[in-house]
Design a protein around this ligand. Structure first.
Ligand code: XMP
Length: 527
């Protein structure tokens, strides 16, 4: 649990797929919130966290099933506003003396409701619904996803909105500030849903004090307290997360921080110079630029199997990081750019409380191995909040908005054997491609764009001569999280102009293709 001094809101997670979206909507309202699985929420926990309001998430279970998830009964007497969503609504009704009827899925025979629905107001003047039903409309689009439904309200509750299949779509006990909705206001398909969260936190008295400026100050204090006069090591990749973490920690403890930037020789054109210039020269951060390209490229020599390449890089990275970290005397802490989505414990119904904590990229098992404690100043933030913090700390937008770049670098964009010659050609082609994308104002619309150099030479004709050079593939995808992706629909003019530039300007490439594979079935990277 965080020790934040801000107004806090507790989200009790009953296992909905979209619980994280509730947190997003609240953070957009400058409200600090934490998601905790229902199994962990005891009244001692609640009292310690001292939330100003509580939200019950949706969930896949049925409250009609014996042993299904509940909130601690005393939470209803704790005296703070509560909002129940879908399963959360049903839990509230059940625990407060109402009744829930099973639908098709839980075997009750009632009507299930999935997808778009329309809610109409049944009683006017509920503060919670202020500005929600548009003036010129008597109904509002919502997203439903429920098998069961409330069949009898708990004492004290009244109905404020109904849909054809959910007679209790919006209910409230105004005297206790309890609100309960059958639909999901947090999802995109409830277009005006954010308004309900806005009204709820207003009614709960939140001041909207969760700002990046306040977070920065609070974190600086916290880092100073945690680290004292000890030394901290930070593995810098040049990506947004580790960069923002490093700058924030540097602001807190100055020269007690040393960054280690492992240069495996698989970076893009000018990347190493830019990272060094940014951190050492601009921010004056102590930085070890570990130029280990000979080591990495030597070990990769002659290797063409994608998994073998990845394993070699992963192992060397850890060895090299550790070697350089060992030179920093008295280091007791390792800084990592772990984000909130990486640490949320999610509710699993397949075997008790499961924990989906991703081990963080390349330095995963290092803290235990090296006996280091962790400093993770971004643990409470979502990705776009990290970007906002980066802006707050003065990082240029060109750095903050950079496309993701994989740990193994250009190695996985160079199918077949990796040679210095091919890497050089690839760097040049990639730089031109990105330059083209920026010039056409497309960079921010694209999740990731890069060139892959193919392990094949093709015949061409330039001037009056024959060429026999490498072919390359351009890749550009749109995505939300990198899990699924679609190719970016460049215009033919853009593709033609870019191919011409690459072939004319890069010695060693005489053919360009555009990769139009989506993910799945492809992956974003070529290896
Ligand atoms: P794929 O190719 O699996 O990539 O569709 C999805 C996203 O993950 C990035 N990626 C990596 N990032 N270490 C990383 O830090 C890796 O080993 C790695 N492999 C892929 C990829 O660039 C894309 O954004």
């Amino acid at each position: 649990m965080s020790q934040t001094s801000h107004d806090r809101l507790l989200i009790i997670d009953f296992g909905s797929q979209v619980t994280q979206l509730i947190a997003r909507r609240l953070r957009e309202l400058n409200v600090y919130c934490e998601i905790h699985p229902y199994q962990n929420v005891t009244m001692d926990f609640v009292r310690e966290m001292a939330p100003k309001a509580v939200i019950f998430s949706g969930g896949p279970d049925s409250v009609t099933r014996e042993g299904s998830p509940r909130a601690p009964q005393e939470i209803f007497d704790y005296g703070v506003p509560i909002l129940g969503i879908c399963y959360g609504q049903q839990v509230m009704m059940e625990q407060l003396g109402g009744k829930v009827e099973g639908g098709k899925i839980s075997g009750g025979g009632g009507t299930a409701e999935f997808g778009r629905a329309y809610v109409a107001p049944s009683v006017a003047n509920l503060d919670f619904l202020d500005g929600w039903f548009a003036d010129d409309s008597d109904r509002e689009q919502v997203w439903m996803s429920h098998g069961d439904h409330v069949s009898k309200l708990a004492p004290g509750f009244e109905v404020y909105g109904t849909s054809p299949n959910a007679p209790y779509a919006i209910t409230a006990d105004v005297s206790r500030n309890f609100y309960a909705v059958q639909f999901h206001p947090e999802v995109h398909h409830t277009p005006n849903g954010a308004k309900l969260y806005e009204n709820f936190v207003r009614l709960a008295g939140f001041s909207g004090d969760w700002t990046m400026g306040a977070y920065r100050e609070q974190m600086i204090e916290k880092i100073r307290e945690q680290v004292g006069d000890k030394q901290v090591i930070c593995g810098l990749s040049g990506g947004v997360d580790s960069s923002v973490a490093a700058i924030l920690i540097h602001e807190a403890i100055g020269d007690q921080l040393t960054c280690v930037f492992v240069d495996h020789g698989l970076l893009r054109k000018n990347e190493a110079e830019e990272v060094v210039a940014m951190f050492r020269d601009n921010y004056n951060i102590k930085l070890i630029h570990a130029d280990e390209s000979d080591l990495f490229l030597g070990e990769l020599d002659g290797q063409s199997d994608p998994e073998t390449k990845r394993k070699i890089i992963g192992k060397l990275f850890i060895d090299v990081f550790q070697k350089h970290a060992d030179t920093i005397e008295g280091a007791e802490f390792l800084a990592q750019g772990t984000l909130y989505p990486d640490v949320i414990e999610s509710v699993s119904f397949s075997g008790g409380p499961s924990v989906t904590i991703k081990s963080h990229h390349n330095v995963g098992g290092l803290p235990e191995k090296m006996g280091l404690k962790l400093v993770e100043p971004l643990r409470e933030l979502f990705k776009d909040e990290v970007r906002a913090l980066g802006r707050e700390l003065g990082l240029p937008q060109s750095f903050i908005g950079r496309h993701p770049f994989p740990g193994p670098g250009l190695a996985i964009r160079c199918p077949g054997e990796i040679t210095r010659e091919k890497l050089e050609i690839l760097r040049e082609a990639d730089a031109i491609y990105i330059d083209q994308i920026r010039k056409h104002g497309l960079y921010d619309e694209i999740w990731q764009a890069f060139v892959a150099i193919l392990p094949v030479r093709t015949v061409g004709v330039m001037g009056d001569g024959r060429t026999y050079d490498y072919a390359c593939a351009l890749r550009a995808v749109t995505s939300v999280d990198g899990m699924t992706a679609d190719y970016y629909p460049f215009s033919h003019e853009f593709l033609g102009e870019t191919a011409t530039r690459i072939i004319n300007e890069v010695q060693g490439i005489n053919r360009c293709t555009y990769d139009i594979t989506s993910k799945p079935p492809g992956t974003i990277e070529w290896e």
